[in-house]
Structure formats: C-alpha cells, structure tokens
Design a protein. Structure first.
Length: 320
C-alpha cells in the first residue's frame, strides 16, 4: 500500500516536470524565432526613461514598475526612442495597471512618436472601451473611434495587457492576448514608443516588450549585398598600374563603368558630375592643370554606398 501511495504521488510530479519541459522548449523556440528589440521590466533605468516629480506630474521607477501620475487636467506622455525595422513585422506589448483617474478617459501605449504633436495611441478606459487614434500636427484623427470590448479587465489595478502587432500591411490590436481590432499599417512619424495618461490619473507600467521575427537568411544576404560599395572600371584613358599617363591635351575625357547591386545614382570625377547611362557607363571631360594631376572617380549607389578610384596623369603643354 505504501508503494502504491508513492506511485500516486509521483504521477503529478512527473506531469508537472513534463509541462515545465514543454513550456521551456516553447519559450526557447519562440526566442529563436524572435529578435528581441526591447525587454523592459523596470528593474532599473538603463533605458533612460524620464523620472522626476513636481506639482504637475510624477514619473518614478521602483519595485519593478514605472509609476506615472498625471496631476493636471490634460494628457501627459513619456517615451523613449526605439529602433524598429518598419518593413518587417513587429510586436509591441505592455501590461498597465490603473489606480486612480476618471473612468471615461483613456490610458495606454503610444508609438511612432515624433513629438507631442505627432504620434499614434492605443488606449482603454474604466468603462470597458478602447480607442485608437493618431495626433498629426496637433490634430486628433480617429482611427477606430470609441468601441466596447469584453476583453478589458475592469479590475484595473490587476492590469491590462495591450498588444500591437504588425502583420504584413496590417496592424492588429489585442487586449489581454485576445484579438480586438485591426487597421492598415501607416508609416511612423518618429521612433518613439511609450505611454500616455489622461487628466488626473495614476498608472503603473509593469513591462514593455518589443520584438520582430528574425530576418531570413535570404533577407540577411540581401542586406549584406546592399552594403557592398560600387565597383568602378576606368575605360578611358588607359590606366595601367605602374605606368605614368601622359597627356598632351588639357581637356581629358574620362570614361568608365560603375556597377552596384541596387544601381548607380551618381558618378563624379574631381567633383564634376558625369553623365551616367542605365547600364552604369559614364563620361565626363576634365580640364587638367599643367604637370601632375590626380584624378578621383567617385561612384555612389542607390543605397548611398560609395567607392573611390584614383589615377595620376601628367599634362605636358606642347607650347612650353
């Protein structure tokens, strides 16, 4: 009988261990797929969030939280700059708890922030409503308007998790991991991501996670290729390493070919812009000074990568 009891006891322990292993593997697999841009638990202020107290507001990081109190009758916000590749999918999510404040007014996440007059906002209020809007040059432009959502936890001191996920050309919005709404993706005004409160409100931000799927190898190779500088080949004059070029004409014709993965945008020779054809061929005429001249050919591609090719030429004036 004792052995039987021990066996019964071991079953839940085994199941718990198995669940932990599976959970751990899922987390590891997720980490392998995702590139973590920001993982903020507010254990410290290494990401340089604004902190300070005065008669209008209070911003403080303590007890693994970012406490944000708005003491005035207007909206206040705080943000930091975050570098995101907007051409790829991304996720922005945060758990926010509310302690005091008007029931009708929203609080939540702001993103694409340029300044206090240009940003996007996703907020909720105590009445179970959410709103998505943008502020453009100080003018509010509704995206969703106010909508009811059963996904909002009205015990706000327990916190609500807000998530914004870009999928292709669509932004999807989630409340407590439940899909809530979606709208077409729009270009950001700036790189700021942060939080907003309405008048006379106190909230605690528990965390902020920002991630993107890791670039595929083909995308990485494309990015690598895009960083390779242009190649330049001088066709005229005939440039041979170790030999001095001598010209009896003051007007020198420089002709060549420039090539790059994303195409050539500009070629200059000693600062003079050359005519460049669709296949990268360029021609320009340069006036030489008497004696030794250094000719610099600079090519710039459409990714703004540059390369320089130099050669020397000796101009001998026949009249001298």
């Amino acid at each position: 009988m004792k052995k039987f009891k021990m066996f019964i006891f071991l079953i839940p322990v085994f199941l718990l261990s198995f669940q932990l292993i599976v959970f751990s593997k899922n987390i590891n697999n997720q980490d392998k797929k995702e590139q973590v841009i920001l993982k903020e638990h507010f254990a410290d202020n290494k990401n340089k969030w604004f902190e300070g107290k005065n008669e209008f507001s209070s911003f403080e990081i303590r007890d693994n939280g970012y406490f944000f109190e708005n003491k005035v009758d207007k909206s206040l916000m705080t943000w930091i700059s975050v570098s995101l590749d907007k051409t790829r999918d991304f996720t922005i999510e945060s758990k926010i708890a509310k302690f005091i404040g008007h029931n009708e007014y929203p609080y939540g996440i702001i993103w694409g922030v340029k300044d206090q007059s240009n940003y996007y906002s996703f907020g909720i209020n105590s009445k179970g409503l959410y709103t998505i809007y943008k502020l453009e040059n100080g003018e509010v432009k509704d995206i969703s308007g106010w909508k009811q959502s059963a996904n909002i936890n009205k015990l706000e001191f327990m916190g609500n998790k807000l998530s914004i996920k870009k999928s292709g050309n669509t932004l999807k919005f989630y409340i407590n991991d439940k899909f809530t709404d979606e709208y077409p993706f729009s270009e950001f005004y700036g790189d700021g991501i942060g939080f907003q409160t309405s008048s006379k409100m106190k909230i605690e931000i528990h965390n902020l996670f920002i991630s993107q799927p890791k670039p595929k190898i083909s995308k990485f190779i494309e990015m690598l290729a895009a960083s390779i500088p242009p190649k330049v080949k001088i066709l005229e004059p005939n440039v041979t390493s170790g030999f001095e070029i001598v010209s009896k004409k003051q007007l020198l014709k420089v002709r060549g070919i420039a090539s790059a993965a994303k195409g050539i945008s500009k070629v200059t020779v000693n600062g003079t812009t050359a005519k460049v054809s669709a296949n990268g061929e360029f021609t320009v005429f340069i006036k030489l000074d008497e004696g030794h001249n250094i000719i610099n050919v600079k090519a710039t591609d459409n990714n703004l990568n540059t390369s320089n090719d130099n050669f020397k030429i000796n101009y001998k004036n026949q009249k001298n």
